[in-house]
Design a protein around this ligand. Sequence first.
Ligand SMILES: O=C[C@H](O)COP(=O)(O)O
Ligand SMILES: CC(=O)C(=O)O
Length: 213
Amino acid sequence: MTKTYQKGLAEALALAPVVPVMVIEKVEDAVPLARALVNGGLPVLEITLRTEKAMDCIRAIIAEVEGAIVGSGTVLTPEQLRDCDRLGCKFAVSPGSTGRLLGAAEDYDIALLPGGVTASECMALLEWGYAIQKFFPAEPAGGTAYLSSLASPLPQIRFCPTGGITPEKAVSYLKLSNVITVGGSWMAPKKLVEAKDWAGIEKLAAEAAQLKP
Ligand SMILES: O=C[C@H](O)COP(=O)(O)O
Ligand SMILES: CC(=O)C(=O)O
């Protein structure tokens, strides 16, 4: 069977200007946090695998949060990709890309969003079949000036920049022809999560959902 690369990913990422990138420590926080983000207007969620309980958090959100389009983040290995596919994630994000990860992705249906920064990395990903790529770490790597320069020779690639993006900077990224959406964690700050201030997070999410180029 021929593989369809990044099935449904463009449509999902186009649903909102921002994808919240989350590092969730406690499973009990996963569902209320995700609900606050979805209710605020950010339905596409990236839960990173940087915590011990990340998989449990993803499972709970998929089961309980209506309207959430759940993806995993910080997917570094073929085994993690397999587990996210089995769990029912709609997509999996990697900060970069390796031959092992891309090779493994050939066997799974889950839409992979791999990271590319240099022209060579981005071209290599295109050769593999990935026209939508993560741009990480966006701000330290060169920000909007760098990303807009890639659009001239590589207009067929669309990016989800992530890393150091604020609401103000997000607007500048969204203006670029090669940006489909931006990733960020500012709408779910650690302090508000620790305080279980879901209303506060919903408000920040609602502001983020209104961002326009
Ligand atoms: O490593 C990426 C972060 O999880 C998302 O970036 P940020 O916290 O700079 O918004
Ligand atoms: C940076 C990012 O998006 C990731 O860890 O997957």
